[in-house]
Design a protein around this ligand. Structure first.
Ligand code: ATP
Ligand code: MG
Length: 655
């Protein structure tokens, strides 16, 4: 691996937190010392920040790896921790959700109101025969009832499987079947890009025509919220309107204590690399790390902050940093139903201005799309309330990081670049905003209590200045407990590769810089091998985006007779640059540019100027599809793409 090229590591800009930020931050450097001295004791302390109906006496049981148990003899109720205890502490009047619908309708929901709603819904679910351990599919837009649904399922010890509202009937059906859901909670429709996007019809379609399919129907009822006011069909003995049962239900419901390892949810991964996996998370350890990381990484001060994580609840980020983390911490958050560009391209900045958002957590794909439109849009709004910015989902290239800091953060707010996965349940690698001097493009350091390493194929530490595979070397509280219904795939996917060391293999490539900080380089499956040199996608894409004309870039390795693999780049050109310069000859300019920035070996063989890139619904680039195009193959499975038409457009542009 010595032949790797160190473009990203040439990034030398550094940003220390202001003295004021550091002085008021939730976390200081002592957390690292405490965790290093006694890792399990450290996590036990964090777990004790929650309310335990029955205190735990054991912390980690790792006697049967890779099947971990955390706080196993303790009992708690996840929903009680997110709701009742804040009301009992006298904070019932605090706003939990400042909700805004896409058409601009608004609703504030206090902790007392949300608790009340969840208790009623819990009684309804019990009345419908949902029992502890049963699975409930949730297919909803970003409305307060979506959060209430997750919490009510958790409250009665059942297991939710949230399916992103943008997924098709087929994807929904596959997830309902895999989990064997007994109930589906949905809405007639939700608002998306200026019109109502129907949901109930997709549920109807997913549940239709099971006769003869050989699949046993598990769904007994469909609970429907009225939101879009669109016409829906009705199956009398199956479908129930929310408004006919929830408001009428009793709001007396005592939260029962469940064991810490009671399953909490199943969530399917984004499907960036292949078929989504049903990741299983349990209660006590998950909530401990969700609340802790939200507190220390997002620096949440519940009394004063207005927090906004833009992720949909259909993704893990929406589970941990919309539903569970902020609510466990008693925070006030913005919940928004719509998209960033409806009815105008400054909608998000308007929301930040109008709601006084102080903490903002989003994805690099969103930041790059704002860069593409230009800085004048955000600059038309007052963003001075922002004091902390976060990034998650993909490596953030240094140019986007610096733009985010300057234009959105007023060159003032620290940025936390947070690395984690559906499987890890919560943030694993990130700066602590009041402690760390940040480096644009690097996630940097494992959180206190988390142990990671970058190793070679044999599992040996690569040493500072070298690249390799990212592994997690010790179990952590919010780790996945398995793949639903497939323990073998769980072992094989994550634990087999370094079985002798007992390491969790994350599937991502990374490099350690001279300080030992971690730089994520993209997925191992995407690493290219050009004439024996290993090249990372993140590095070349970063160089391309560093050119003034390029808004977004994706690179893949295509097989090549002479070099083994060749770099093929797909780039989106900034609209302003396009108007001024056109795109003639830009391909050659960019090939030279990458050659100068990184080295001749990294120079793309082909540069295609395209209008769009294929992305998953959560905004990640699906490079495997671009590889199919680059190698002239038929394009593979596109079911998790946000826009399935995009691949035929790209294929046409490439020809
Ligand atoms: P699948 O596993 O089904 O292919 P996925 O990996 O995209 O889908 P997620 O669990 O949503 O599903 O994404 C986790 C992945 O996202 C990580 O493994 C990593 O590749 C990427 N990622 C997340 N945050 C960061 C970050 N801050 N820096 C770099 N990469 C990140
Ligand atoms: Mg993954």
């Amino acid at each position: 691996m010595s032949s790797q090229i160190d473009h990203l590591l040439n990034e030398t800009r550094r940003f220390a937190p202001s003295a004021e930020f550091a002085a008021n931050a939730v976390a200081d450097a002592s957390l690292y010392e405490r965790a290093a001295a006694d890792r399990e004791g450290f996590w036990a302390d964090q777990a004790r920040e929650l309310h335990w109906h029955t205190p735990f006496t054991t912390v980690l049981d790792w006697s049967n790896p890779p099947f971990a148990e955390w706080f196993a003899d303790g009992e708690l109720n996840v929903a009680y921790n997110c709701l009742d205890r804040h009301v009992e502490a006298g904070n019932g009047d605090r706003i939990a959700l400042r909700w805004e619908g896409e058409p601009g309708d608004r609703r504030n929901v206090t902790y007392a109101e949300l608790t009340d709603e969840v208790k009623r819904l819990s009684n309804v679910l019990l009345g419908l025969g949902v029992e502890r351990g049963d699975r409930v599919a949730i297919y909803l837009p970003m409305i307060p009832e979506a959060i209430a649904s997750m919490l009510a399922v958790a409250r009665i010890g059942a297991v939710h499987s949230v399916v992103f509202g943008g997924f098709s009937a087929d994807s929904l059906r596959a997830r309902i079947d895999d989990a064997g859901a007994k109930l589906v909670i949905t809405a007639d429709g939700g608002w998306r890009k200026g019109k109502v996007s129907p949901l109930k019809p997709a549920v109807d379609q997913a549940l239709a025509d099971r006769n003869g399919s050989g699949i046993q129907e598990t769904v007994e009822h469909v609970l429907v919220i009225k939101r879009g006011e669109n016409d829906v069909e009705w199956t009398d003995d199956r479908d129930i309107w929310w408004h006919d049962v929830v408001p009428q239900a009793s709001s007396d419901h005592e939260a029962e204590a469940f064991p810490a390892e009671n399953p909490l949810f199943i969530l399917y991964t984004s499907g960036t690399t292949g078929k989504p996996k049903g990741i299983l998370h349990t209660s006590g350890g998950y909530l401990t790390q969700a609340a802790f990381t939200n507190r220390v990484v997002h620096d949440v001060h519940p009394e004063t902050d207005v927090y906004w994580c833009t992720a949909d609840i259909g993704w893990i980020t929406g589970h941990t940093y919309v539903a569970y983390g902020p609510l466990a911490n008693g925070a006030t958050q913005l919940l928004f139903e719509g998209t960033p560009d409806t009815p105008h391209p400054g909608r998000w900045w308007e929301l930040i201005q109008n709601h006084g958002v102080t903490i903002f957590y989003t994805a690099p794909t969103a930041i790059r799309s704002f860069m593409k439109i230009g800085r004048d849009v955000p600059q038309g709004f007052d963003l001075s309330s922002l004091r902390l910015l976060g990034s998650v989902g993909e490596p953030i290239n240094p140019e986007a990081w610096v733009w985010y800091r300057d234009i959105i953060g007023g060159d003032r707010a620290p940025i936390v670049d947070t690395w984690w996965q559906t499987e890890t349940g919560a943030i694993m690698i990130s700066a602590l905003p009041g402690v760390t001097e940040t480096k644009p493009g690097s996630a940097q350091v494992p959180l206190p209590g988390i142990s990671v390493d970058v190793v070679d194929d044999a599992g040996e530490h690569v040493g500072h200045g070298n690249g390799g595979l990212l592994v997690i070397t010790e179990p952590w509280p919010s780790m996945l407990r398995g793949i639903w219904g497939d323990p073998e795939r769980f072992v094989e996917t994550y634990w087999q590769k370094f079985a002798d060391k007992g390491y969790y293999f994350a599937g991502d490539g990374a490099r350690l810089d001279d300080d030992g900080d971690v730089w994520l380089l993209g997925r191992v499956d995407d690493v290219m091998n050009v004439s024996g040199h290993r090249l990372s996608t993140a590095e070349i894409e970063s160089a391309l985006v560093g050119h003034e004309g390029v808004a977004e870039a994706a690179v893949v390795g295509a097989s090549d007779e002479t070099t083994g693999q060749a770099v093929v780049a797909f780039v989106i050109v900034k609209s302003r640059y396009m108007k001024k310069n056109g795109v003639d000859g830009l391909g050659d300019v960019l090939r030279r540019w990458v050659g100068e920035q990184i080295g001749p070996i990294a120079r793309p063989r082909d540069v295609y100027i395209v209008g769009e890139l294929p992305k998953t619904r959560s905004g990640k680039i699906m490079r495997r599809l671009l590889r199919d195009v680059a190698e002239g193959r038929e394009v593979g499975d596109t079911t998790t793409l946000a826009d399935t038409a995009v691949m035929s457009v790209i294929s046409a542009q490439v020809k």
